[in-house]
Design a protein around this ligand. Structure first.
Ligand SMILES: CC(C)(COP(=O)(O)OP(=O)(O)OC[C@H]1O[C@@H](n2cnc3c(N)ncnc32)[C@H](O)[C@@H]1OP(=O)(O)O)[C@@H](O)C(=O)NCCC(=O)NCCS
Length: 175
């Protein structure tokens, strides 16, 4: 049974294969894309991978250094044993950009494991974590033409507030 866990080196091999899949897909403009840009050259080394994992975990702490326009973020990985399936990011609060565009929660599933229900299950499993962080409801957005993500958000009880530009903006109860 897949489960949400804090980032861990125990899925390193599978995670690296998944990142190759995202690169082949041409991933951009996401947390995964940012990880690849920043860490990929080094993270085949186990020590560098551990440092990457620690950095991602540390981003949940208020006091960790981050760009001025970023907010603390809890990242969880959706794993099945040693298999990495996807990730979900819970931004602890909204800034102007997140309120308009990004929302509280972002996620992706590795390309070879899509359409198996993982995003639906992963978002459902992440909502209590968001609730624990005091987020209720959570803003979750997606592109108007991202039909899979629309289904995922609506299955989680998302209530559409509006469409701004190319983004559909939903409020999803966490409790
Ligand atoms: C969007 C994404 C997260 C969906 O992940 P997934 O694990 O394939 O989603 P699920 O298997 O839970 O599918 C949920 C529903 O969407 C449907 N769906 C999934 N992908 C779809 C697609 N490309 N087109 C149409 N419907 C799709 C599924 O059939 C399912 O429908 P159902 O609820 O009626 O059964 C995944 O495609 C992805 O990672 N895309 C790239 C990153 C991204 O878009 N992230 C979301 C940003 S808002």
């Amino acid at each position: 049974m897949p489960e949400l866990v804090l980032p861990t080196s125990s899925v390193r091999e599978s995670f690296l294969e998944a990142m190759d899949e995202f690169v082949a897909e041409g991933v951009e403009m996401s947390q995964t894309a940012a990880w690849i840009d920043r860490y990929a050259p080094a993270w085949t080394d186990p020590g560098a991978f551990e440092a990457f994992v620690e950095a991602v975990r540390a981003d949940a702490h208020e006091e960790s250094p981050r760009p001025e326009w970023h907010v603390p973020c809890t990242t969880l990985w959706w794993v099945d044993g040693s298999d990495y399936l996807g990730r979900i990011a819970i931004r602890h609060r909204l800034n102007d950009f997140l309120l308009e565009v990004g929302g509280h929660i972002g996620y992706d599933v590795r390309p070879t494991r899509r359409r198996e229900g993982h995003a639906t299950a992963m978002l459902r499993a992440a909502l209590p974590w968001a609730g624990e962080l005091g987020i209720d409801p959570a803003l979750v957005t997606c592109d108007v033409d991202n039909h899979g993500s629309v289904r995922v958000i609506e299955s989680a009880g998302g209530v559409l507030e509006d469409v701004r530009g190319v983004k559909r903006r939903y409020w999803v109860p966490t409790s």
